[in-house]
Design a protein around this ligand. Structure first.
Ligand code: FEO
Length: 171
């Protein structure tokens, strides 16, 4: 059985992951509108991934006998300044999510909840990967100044990304 503080924090995280999903869906729409289908595809896959993160938390809370509470998702940004702005905001957002995950780990430790600590390890590792991937894209974008032939080539590369449900692979 999950303790109340842990349960509440996990429920908040379901909402945070769903918010992340809709933020990235909104970014995907913006990038499509700006004629960057590859970036839009990459961001749409981010959206799909975030839904799997929310569902992983959802299933875990259920498995531990807790009651999931689905809450309203706050309005996401729908306008951005440029593709660089989108990717910068993605990195900032992932850094925020990392701090949320770290906070969950802190609660699990303080509650001596070993099962939740073990469950959260997947997310700790995932956040390292997420931040590194976004940082790499941002570095490349800055190198080409977000325009010209470079952005065209990068957009084509971003189109190659396909969706894999990593929450299933890692158990
Ligand atoms: Fe679910 Fe991108 O963190």
């Amino acid at each position: 059985m999950l303790k109340e503080k842990m349960l509440n924090a996990l429920n908040e995280q379901i909402n945070a992951e769903q918010y992340s999903a809709f933020l990235y869906l909104s970014m995907s729409a913006y990038l499509n509108d700006k004629g960057l289908p590859g970036f839009a595809n990459w961001m749409y896959i981010q959206y799909q991934e975030e839904l799997t993160h929310a569902n992983k938390f959802f299933n875990y809370v259920n498995e531990r006998g807790g009651k999931v509470e689905i809450k309203a998702i706050k309005q996401v940004d729908i306008e951005f300044e440029s593709v660089i702005d989108v990717v910068e905001k993605t990195l900032e957002h992932e850094q925020l999510v990392t701090s949320l995950v770290n906070n969950l780990v802190d609660i699990a430790i303080s509650e001596s909840d070993h099962a939740t600590q073990s469950f959260l390890r997947w997310f700790v590792d995932e956040q390292v990967e997420e931040e590194a991937n976004v940082q790499e894209i941002l570095d490349t974008l800055k190198l080409i100044n977000g325009q010209g032939n470079g952005i065209f080539m990068l957009d084509r590369e971003m189109r190659q990304r396909t969706f894999v449900d990593e929450t299933q692979a890692a158990g």
